[in-house]
Ligand binder design. Structure first.
Ligand SMILES: C[S@@+](CC[C@H](N)C(=O)[O-])C[C@H]1O[C@@H](n2cnc3c(N)ncnc32)[C@H](O)[C@@H]1O
Length: 253
């Protein structure tokens, strides 16, 4: 019995690793995800591999070298960095693999993060000089209305509950400046054709209560439209054994 439990745990750890998880137990990550990617061993492994921690996660842990950079490249091609966003806010940056590359793209004056994993948040503050905001539930309350040029979250909304993601959506629209952009990925129906569902069912491992979470595309598009944000583009990015869809919204200027 104990051996079976250990096997399940180590299977879950492998799966969480593949998904790039850096999760500590948060009220919104359901299913007892206390088996998070620990800060120290991950940093040690990254150092040993001679890669940045982000590239280590892409290459060694997720088996998708260049995945983070390819999302950044797509966003650049869509013009997301063209206006040189001066303020960026990221929800759930974890190890900072998107954060580091976003900083290179646009050198914002202010970069705020909302991250429940304290060791990673501390590391990002020290390494990149970002501002860690108190993170409770799914609120961006410390950030005033209409103050951020680019609000983003990567590989977060497929790991939290529907309620948490939805509440963050309202907050993202609130803090975005007119003309600003909102970028996040979700596992929409675009990512869930029968082959993909079969892959998840047969190779998706144990998962946990809120991973992998699906989110209807239309629910996002229609909701953001009511908040003055129009969908500009969507593209697929690798996630776990399949994909998520990255959605790019612009708030009316
Ligand atoms: C799967 S990881 C993705 C990390 C990073 N964005 C990446 O792609 O490597 C999800 C991240 O969201 C964080 N997280 C979970 N619940 C959160 C919440 N309610 N608010 C903010 N961050 C949260 C986790 O600690 C973790 O760092």
């Amino acid at each position: 019995m104990q051996a079976a439990g250990r096997a399940v745990k180590s299977g879950a750890r492998r799966l969480l690793g593949r998904a790039g998880f850096d999760i500590v137990r948060s009220g919104d990550n359901r299913g007892g995800v206390d088996d998070f990617l620990p800060f120290e061993p991950t940093m040690r492994a990254a150092r040993a591999s001679g890669l940045s921690v982000g590239d280590h996660i892409d290459t060694v842990m997720n088996g998708t070298p260049g995945a983070t950079q390819s999302t950044i490249d797509e966003l650049r091609a869509l013009g997301v960095y063209a206006d040189r966003p001066a303020s960026v806010l990221e929800i759930g940056p974890g190890s900072g693999r998107y954060l580091e590359k976003t900083l290179k793209e646009c050198s914002p004056d202010r970069y705020e993060i909302y991250e429940t994993a304290a060791p990673w948040a501390g590391y990002l503050v020290e390494t990149f000089g970002v501002i860690a905001r108190p993170t409770a539930g799914c609120s961006l309350a410390p950030t005033p209305d209409a103050t951020v040029d680019l609000v983003q979250a990567h590989k977060v909304f497929n790991t939290v509950t529907f309620l948490c993601a939805s509440r963050y959506f309202f907050e993202m629209a609130r803090v975005t400046r007119p003309g600003g952009r909102i970028v996040f990925d979700v596992m929409t129906e675009t990512c869930l054709d029968p082959d993909a569902v079969r892959t998840w069912a047969t190779q998706g491992g144990e998962g946990h209560g809120s991973y992998p979470a699906a989110m209807p595309r239309r629910a996002c598009v229609d909701l953001f439209a009511t908040l003055g944000c129009t969908l500009e583009a969507g593209f697929l990015a690798p996630m776990g054994v399949a994909t998520t869809e990255v959605l790019v919204f612009r708030k009316a200027g």
